[in-house]
Design a binder for this molecule. Structure first.
Ligand code: M6P
Ligand code: ZN
Length: 182
């Protein structure tokens, strides 16, 4: 029997034609609340890596994409390393995230700017509803890896978050993560 083109080995995607993207401190201008702290860090420090399998063209109706994100532990000021976060360009598209390793928090915000969180750990399954922005913070001292499955026609709307941000941030407050309204 033929093996599949792509395999998941130790929380990594293996195979040909995978999309791989690293996001560094230098790429995350104005993403963290403490921009001075971000500027003071080594700009080439990797915050997260994404490996994704895109078996159909971006925008294909009915298609699905699959990826693993590895979020390194660390902080920018009092804020944990986190993904940029996005709504979907096609806003009515949902997504699944699930925890593979490490400890983190999924931060969700609806269109009324109501923000809530879900604890992310190995085995936690997160249904991200349509019209809901999503970002993940690594609150632990080890790598946080999570898998994601999203519609090929969802797209990413980063503009709304770049303009208005999330309505709350997860900050290290006396050693533990607390959601603080902004
Ligand atoms: C998950 C998916 C991807 C996303 C990635 C990083 O793997 O949701 O679509 O690109 O996380 O998140 P962001 O694009 O917000 O940086
Ligand atoms: Zn998404």
């Amino acid at each position: 029997m033929k093996t599949t083109a792509i395999q998941i080995i130790k929380n990594s995607l293996q195979g040909e034609a995978l999309l791989k993207k690293n996001t560094c401190i230098g790429d995350l201008k104005n993403v963290f609340v403490d921009e001075a702290a971000r500027i003071a860090l080594p700009q080439e420090r990797i915050v997260y890596e994404v490996e994704a399998y895109l078996p159909v063209k971006e925008g294909t109706e009915g298609g699905l994409f699959w990826g693993i994100t590895k979020l390194y532990p660390g902080k920018v000021g009092n804020e944990y390393h986190m993904t940029r976060g996005h709504f979907h360009a096609q806003s009515d598209r949902a997504e699944y995230y699930w925890g593979l390793e490490g400890d983190g928090v999924l931060i969700l915000m609806d269109r009324k700017r109501y923000t809530w969180v879900e604890e992310m750990k190995p085995g936690s399954l997160h249904y991200i509803p349509a019209h809901t922005a999503h970002r993940v913070a690594n609150t632990g001292n080890t790598m946080l890896s999570f898998a994601a499955c999203w519609p090929a026609d969802a797209g990413h709307d980063y503009e709304e978050i770049a303009k208005n941000g999330f309505s709350a941030r997860l900050l290290d407050t006396e050693g533990s993560p607390k959601l603080k309204s902004v």
